[in-house]
Design a protein around this ligand. Sequence first.
Ligand SMILES: [Zn+2]
Length: 189
Amino acid sequence: MKCPFCGALEDRVVDSRPTDEGDTVRRRRECAKCYKRFTTYEKVEILPLVVIKKDNSRENFDRDKLMRGILRACEKRPVGADEMHKIVDEIETQLSNSLEREVSSQMIGELLMERLKKLDQVAYVRFASVYRDFGDIETFLEEIHKIRTEEDSEPGRPEAGEQFLRRRARADRKPSKSAPKRKRPTRRS
Ligand SMILES: [Zn+2]
């Protein structure tokens, strides 16, 4: 700690004790250069992790909200509560360790998708379809293609994910500007 008298950076702590409330530690220090004494106070840094939402508004990170998202994605899937809690813990730890005080909701979504993908394909796609806002069929088909390619490289993998995607694709098929346009049949002359 920089000495307030001479500016030296070296000191030694001569006394250290918590304040009455216990949330602060008071340290008496002695400058190693000018030997004058000064006091510092140490507090635990409590900063909420802030999530930046898509519309740029902010809200505090909410474990329960993340858990609800996972529960919804894993509904009727063979995923245990322990596994779901573990995911929430892992993501929270990862975010806390990143030292960023603000994270985008998109980033949290990506972290969750990474984990769901390894855990359960159907849960993954369900979540991804909400989180990435599959507004257009092309993005959706890209996802199917990615999963299919991965399934091909992993023989014996259940195809439930793909079936879910197909059903979902049918349900979602609706006219959209970004949907691939069918080629008009060429007129025969
Ligand atoms: Zn000094």
